[in-house]
Write a protein that binds this ligand. Structure first.
Ligand code: TPP
Ligand code: SF4
Ligand code: MG
Length: 259
């Protein structure tokens, strides 16, 4: 068995308690396992955007590309097209990819290109100190909306369904084993995959209590069933006060290409 050490010398500057640690530790464990199972470490490339999430590229000792805000997806696509044998994983923010880079995300999903996108969805612009994003709830009070937003949030997973993404899942930055399981399944999927992680920003939008009361893991769910997946994705639309399902909502079966 190889001795895989994916740590780097970079000093970690995330706030103590930030949900990004769970994403880092989970993906580090999953990549370590994949390398032990035979995936050459040099075939892994990670891409990040601009934001707190993006620092993950500094903390993982694999090939990496720090891209521009909103441009994680096209950089991932270009790397994959240039060298199809690479395992390409993009780490993006909610501001990053559900805002400025949204059209890239939809078309990558539609294209079905074999890249894996992980969204650090803290529902706030963390790095720029607390402005609202497309997934901030109605009434969110932040630096740019002191009186509260007047807009309803989008449900990005519903958009991904409409965009024909082949693999759609939601994780939460509390509970590493579950996150690892989802990441592993996403990386094993051939084609486009999106994992939206409810990543708590303890400094600008601390949602631990809110999520802890509402999240549950999907059981008896058939991810091959488009209608069932859509129903589960609509259960919580990033604003209403309901339970929040976690897990793999949709996984395209070879037979449901037309779904
Ligand atoms: C093209 C471009 N637009 C805007 C910015 C300013 N900017 C940097 S980070 C950021 C927001 C980051 O929010 P998010 O993507 O949610 O990441 P987080 O910090 O929450 O992880 C913005 C607007 C930029 N650097 N480049
Ligand atoms: S500002 Fe928020 S997202 Fe950024 S490191 Fe701190 S807790 Fe994490
Ligand atoms: Mg964010």
């Amino acid at each position: 068995m190889k001795n895989v050490n994916l740590a780097t010398y970079a000093k970690n500057t995330w706030c103590p308690g930030c949900g990004n640690f769970a994403i880092l530790n989970s993906i580090k464990a999953v990549l370590g396992e994949l390398i032990e199972e035979g995936l050459p470490a040099e075939n892994i490339v990670i891409v990040s955007g601009i934001g707190c999430h993006a620092k993950i590229a500094d903390y993982l000792n694999v090939n990496s590309f720090y891209s521009l805000h909103g441009r994680v997806v096209p950089v991932c696509e270009a790397i994959k097209i240039a060298n199809p044998k690479l395992k390409v994983i993009g780490f993006a923010g909610d501001g990053d990819t559900y805002g400025e880079g949204l059209e890239h995300l939809i078309f990558a999903a539609k294209r079905g290109i074999d890249i894996n996108i992980i969204i650090h969805n803290n529902r706030v612009y963390g790095l720029t100190t607390g402005q609202y994003t497309p997934t901030s709830p109605l009434g969110f009070k932040g630096r740019s909306t002191p009186a509260g937003t007047k807009e309803l949030p989008i449900n990005p997973l519903e958009l991904m369904m409409a965009g024909k993404a082949g693999f759609i899942a939601r994780g939460y930055s509390h509970g590493i084993e579950f996150l690892k399981k989802i990441f592993k399944e996403a990386l094993a999927h051939e084609g486009f995959s999106l994992v939206d992680v409810l990543q708590v920003c303890v400094t600008f939008f601390n949602m631990y209590d809110y999520y802890n009361k509402r999240v549950y893991e999907l059981k008896d769910h058939d991810p091959g069933d488009y209608k069932q997946a859509m129903e589960k994705i609509r259960e919580w639309d990033y604003n209403i006060d309901s339970k929040i399902p976690l897990g793999v909502f949709y996984k395209k079966r070879p037979s449901n290409d037309k779904a």
